[in-house]
Design a protein around this ligand. Sequence first.
Ligand SMILES: [Zn+2]
Length: 338
Amino acid sequence: MKQKEPITLQEAITYFSDPQRAFDYAVRLRWPDGKVTCPRCNSEKNSFIKTRRMWFCYGCKKQFTLKVGTIFEDSALGLDKWMTATWMLVNCRNGVSSYEIARSLGITQKSAWFMLQRIRQALQDEQTGGKLGGPSGPVEIDETYIGGKARNMHKSKRQRLTREQGMQGGRGKTVVIAALERGGQVKARVIGDRKYPAVHGAVRDFVEPGSAIMTDEFTGYFGLESEYQRQFVNHLEKYVDGQVHVQGVENFWSLLKRSLGGTYVAVEPFHLFRYVDEQAFRFNNRKDALGHKIPDAMRFAEAMTRVAGHRLTYSQLTGKDESPRHETTGTGTEEVPF
Ligand SMILES: [Zn+2]
């Protein structure tokens, strides 16, 4: 008899601990129409080898598993572990640390860290869903500064980071810019600096031309008036037009900072964008179009449908082939190896 699909974390762990159930569930999410397609040649002609849970493709005459072409490819960890980790990451409001995943799944922190980074990559959706704004209402735009950890870095490492990644903002902080459609979706990006090209480039990528946008007085937004209907918040005036504010996007920043400060403690600038993507995913999947809260199981299913086509190797993640190292800080355990 088919077991009811999971609703809570506890049910999810039980449900996915059965390899066949985890497999069936993942197959349904990957090929919702039931047409199993070869990830290599897109042929739909194949036969299923039940004993090995893999397919033989008549198009390219090769075998493929469910993992081929997904973030799970090349991983020795079972689908049950991947699915449980995904469930935890997308449904914990402030994220979940690699240490907690390691404890829950009985794997090493290094493996857990790598899993989480792969899942975060699958959640990355800056490019999807079209631009914000247009007739759908005003878009709030704001920037924030994360960290300051770069100050504590060894000088040569800091210089290398600045040169290679170009992610250092003012005073050793990393700049993140976000656009939020009122009552809708957020798009966020780590930008190299606060100069016009980076700021204007992000706004153009995020928001339909001609839309109403609201920003603060930050000079980086100057000049956008020629492409957008820009209104800005004057923080010096107490009683401004009630409609002109960036409080929605400030709410996103507070969620992001809570997860970075509480769960992840210290994230290297190089990796920050993945945590921004993670928070944006949770934020964008918290409510449906009618404003109803999205259940955990739905948010999880949405995340699982994104895993196909996202491959990420360890060297791509870290920029080199090296084991992650971790250190402890005064306030907790550093999440991200570098
Ligand atoms: Zn094929």
